[in-house]
Each structure stands twice: as C-alpha cells, then as structure tokens.
Design a protein around this ligand. Structure first.
Ligand code: ZN
Length: 561
C-alpha cells in the first residue's frame, strides 16, 4: 500500500516536471526567436577597478551602483585577455568581441614603420576627414577605420536592413568612435571649446539636437563651480590622506587637495573647458548628453533595437592624477553613484528597465601609485622614482645594441613592443629570430623588466594562460613589434606623481562586468569571463550575427529565458 502510493506520487511528480519543462521550453522558444530589447546601453567607465564597487559601499545610495549590484548579473572574475590594457584596445574589445591580435588596435597609438612615427588609434592617415562642430584648429582625420573588424552595432545595422542605429558618446574621441563601430555615429568633447563634435567621416553637419545641446553652454556653467567632497571628507576613511607626496596636482595648484576652485583656475591660470576632464562634472555633462542623444535620435523607439554607448572618462583623468587610493577617486565614485541612479530612473520612466539591456564594464583598471606601494614594502621594478622605467629599459637596449652590434637599431619601444630596424638586420646578414632572442635575453637582465617574448615565438606558438597568452592576444602580425617586453608588477611610468595602466597584471586587466535590465537574472558569477564575451552575449540578445572577428563566447546562466 505504502509502495503503491509512493509510486503514484512519483508518477505525479514526473508528470508535473514534464509539463513544467514543456511550458518552459515553449516560452524559451518564443522569447529566443522573437524578442529582443528595445535599447542596449553600454556604460564604459574608463579606469574603474572592480574593488571600487565594494570599497565605497557604505557611502552609496540604493538606486545607483547598489541597484546594479543587486539587480544585475555581476561577473566577479572578468578580465581583458590582452597585454596592452589601454583605452583604445579596451573600447574596441567590447563590441567587436575580438582581441587586438584580430581587431588590430594594439594601443592608443602605435609605431608605423612606413611613416616612421606613431599614429593614433583613431587617426585615419591621408583620409582628409575634418572636424564637424569644432571652433578650434582641428587635427582632423578621425575615423574607426583602423579597427579591422565589425562591431555588434555594425552587424545589427545590416541585420535590420539598415534600420538600427548605434551612437557612441564620450569625452574622449576614441571612447566614442570605437564602440560606435563603422556604421554608427560618434560624438566627443572638444576641450578647447567645450563643444561635442564629430568628424566628416560620419556627417557634414552636427545633428540639430547636438547643436541645441552645445548651445546650452553647460561646460561654461560647470566651470564656475568648486569641486569639493560631496560628503564630509572625514567620512572618506577608505582613502589615504588628501595631501600626500605621491599624487599629481591640477596645473595651478600646489597641493593635490580639495577644494578645486575651477573659476580660479580658469581666471588665474588660463584654463579652458578641458579643465572639466579631470573632474566628476565631465561625466555629469556626459549623462546630460546621453539623455539628449536618446531623445534627439529617438533611440529604442523604433521597430528594431538601437545601441547607445556611454564612455565615462573623468575617472581615468582623475585616477591618472591622484591614483586609486585618493580621496578624489572616492568622491568621483560617490558622485557617479548619483549620476547612475538618475540615469536608471530616467530609463525606468521612459523605457521601462525590462526593455533595456545594460552592460557596464571598464576599458582597463589602474595601478596604485608605485612609490606609495614601495613605501609600504611592496616590490616594484622601479630603480629610481621620477624617472620613466620604460625609458630606462629602451636606453639600456640602445646602449647594448651600440656595444654589441655597433649601431642602435631600435626604432621604437611603445605599447611594450620593441620595433627593430628590419633593413639593418637584413643589410648586415643577421637572422631576425636570433637578433630578437638576443635582445629579449638582454632585456630580461634588466631590473625593470618582468618578462618578454619574441615575435618569432608568437608566430609559432599558441598560449592559453599567463602573460605570454596576453602577449599573444595583443600581437597583431602586421602592426606589432619584434620583441615584446613587459615591466614587473607595480611598475608604471615614473612611479610617482600619479599613476597609470597598460600592463597585463591583474590590477589593470581585472575589470567589472555587469549586465542589468532585460531578461537578466540577478546574481554573482565567479566563472572566468572576458570582455571579449560581451559582444556575442549582446548579439544573442539581439539575435544578430556575431561580429566578424569575434573570439568570445556568449555568457549564460544569467538569462531568465
Ligand atoms: Zn581608458
């Protein structure tokens, strides 16, 4: 009797499971085939480290960063794959799903043998493109053409019969241009005038909504402000003392301290709208522009999805000057929390967050100021603070070449790449691989150097983990150098007076990755994820083809469907 009722119960249970499963499958099929978000918003925070999301927690409100963390899918083990963690390669990786070895953007600028100079990542040499909306002498020739592969937005544009639109905005030109892809629109800040401008690559006139936005003259208004801590500074216990010897200063100020009287710096030190770049107000301005762009372009209002990329670059300028342990960086994030809360509230009201897919990430992290770490007893590769460590390495290599070969044939050392003069090697009957190995061995003897690999080895090998795998992801066969030489951990620039990024070490390559909104199941995810996974993940939501150079994989397990 007992076993019969148990058997019946089991059958009943199985029927329940089966029908639940079938229902679930049906809804999965429907959603997967026919639905996508109205709007994708990419929020790129230039130089944000994942620890900031927790470090300032006690000072945050409920509707900004905490909302992202509570309602979002938070990937706590997300990285860049590449070695050269700078703004251009990082911004490109997000929506191309590719590494620099594929999308071709190996640095913010890189050495070009034919020109014997570095070109900027968005410099379109010989194109003749001009600035649009600029009131100053414009350097021009800006486009995404150095980026060799398509983006999510490019694929969506073609997939929708050219109806979908992608708009990229940033204080930085590259921060706007690269996420906008080849078929989108990009608008960036001109420090000389305080206007948002574009390039004739995109259009010959600014759109009316942007002219109206520029006419509001918000930068002039913001320049009358004084930047003081939003909360009483004694509450910022998570940061070091405001006045310390490791940080840089605003030009015209003697100490790296609050308050920063912008009107004084404008009037007494001849500074212009570019001054806003290293204050939180630059990103307050960018969120104003984001709303103007959503409304002006009617993004997410048509029958196909649109994409808006917002690249916030004030934290990069603030971080470079003051470092991750500073009260200035802390104050930036406490203010960003409010900007995000206001922006999310706008999306709730205008679109409903269920119709918007948000992803938030960084283009790279940042190092603590090396001299500060050294004073704590942590080793660095610096032998002398105040002197460029990379400069010491390249000088030592040049001296070695003179001694060993009788000639300095190092053309450039940039983005951790040493470019050797190929004609010198050929004319002297030397073997390229042997010379590369010789230079590598010498570089490895230097105290600043953390590791090295030759182009010859990268051309013959496939690495899956560690710094050599990072070097492989940063190595573009036609654009990279002959010997890749990276510095020791905690070694950057001159090591003091501010800090930077660009290394393959965790502080530069471990970044936040959060999805929120449309169909996102909240949670914390610890499996390894890469920024290059964003593109295919977003493409899956949009049902559109993966970008042409995609190497990433759709992240899953956090989607409700
Ligand atoms: Zn950056």
């Amino acid at each position: 009797m007992k076993s019969t009722s148990l058997f019946a119960a089991l059958i009943l249970l199985m029927v329940c499971f089966c029908s639940t499963d079938a229902d679930a499958r049906q809804s999965i099929t429907e959603r997967a085939h026919y639905e996508s978000p109205d709007l994708v918003v990419g929020i790129i925070i230039d130089q944000i480290r994942p620890d900031y999301l927790y470090k300032y927690w006690n000072h945050l409100e409920e509707d900004g960063i905490k909302r992202l963390m509570n309602e979002g899918a938070v990937f706590r083990n997300a990285y860049y794959r590449h070695l050269q963690t700078s703004t251009g390669p990082g911004h490109a990786a997000q929506l191309t799903g590719a590494s620099p070895s594929v999308h071709g953007l190996i640095g913010n600028s890189w050495y070009v043998r034919e020109l014997d100079r570095n070109i900027n990542v968005i410099e379109d040499v010989g194109s003749g493109y001009q600035g649009v909306g600029s009131l100053s002498d414009y350097p021009g020739e800006k486009s995404p053409n150095n980026m060799l592969t398509t983006t999510v937005g490019d694929e969506l544009f073609m997939f929708t019969g050219e109806r979908s639109r992608t708009v990229g905005i940033s204080r930085k030109d590259r921060g706007a241009i690269l996420p906008a892809g080849h078929t989108g629109s990009a608008y960036w800040y001109e420090g000389a005038t305080g206007n948002f401008i574009t390039s004739t690559f995109y259009r010959d006139e600014l759109p009316g909504w942007l002219q109206d936005f520029n006419d509001r003259n918000l930068p002039q208004e913001f320049l009358t402000r004084t930047w003081e801590p939003l909360l009483p500074i004694e509450q910022y216990v998570e940061s070091r003392s405001d006045d310390n010897p490791y940080e840089g200063t605003f030009p015209g100020m003697d100490t790296p301290t609050f308050p920063v009287d912008l009107a004084y710096l404008v009037e007494e030190h001849g500074q212009g709208p570019g001054l806003l770049s290293a204050t939180p107000f630059a990103d307050e301005l960018l969120f104003e522009l984001a709303i103007a762009a959503l409304e002006g372009e009617e993004l997410g209002r048509g029958s196909v999805p649109d994409i808006l990329s917002i690249s916030l670059s004030a934290p990069d300028a603030i971080g470079h000057r003051f470092g991750p342990a500073s009260k200035q960086v802390q104050d930036y994030y406490i203010r960003l929390d409010q900007y995000l809360a206001d922006f999310f509230s706008y999306l709730d009201d205008e679109y409903g967050m269920d119709n918007v897919l948000i992803f938030l990430t960084a283009d790279h992290g940042a190092s603590y100021i090396p001299e500060y770490m050294s004073d704590l007893g942590i080793p660095t590769g610096h032998t002398e603070f105040g002197v460029s460590a990379a400069g010491q390495v390249s000088q030592a290599v040049r001296d070695y070449m003179e001694e060993t070969y009788g000639e300095d044939f190092l053309l450039s050392y940039s983005n951790q790449n040493m470019y050797l003069d190929h004609s010198y090697i050929d004319e002297n009957g030397l073997d390229h691989a042997e010379v590369q190995n010789d230079i590598m061995r010498f570089a490895l003897s230097l105290p600043q150097v953390g590791g090295a690999i030759t182009a010859d080895a990268l051309n013959k090998s496939e690495f899956t983990e560690g710094m050599r795998a990072r070097a492989m992801h940063s190595f573009h066969q036609q654009r990279s150098g002959d010997v890749i030489v990276w510095l020791k951990p905690q070694t950057h620039g001159s090591g003091t007076g501010g800090t930077g990024h660009g290394a393959g070490w965790a502080y530069d390559s471990h970044i936040p990755l959060i999805f929120m909104g449309y169909d996102i199941k909240p949670g914390q995810y610890y499996e390894k994820a890469y920024v290059s996974d964003i593109a295919s993940t977003v493409s899956v939501f949009l049902n559109s083809p993966f970008p042409s150079g995609n190497i990433g994989n759709p992240l899953n397990g956090f989607i409700r469907r």
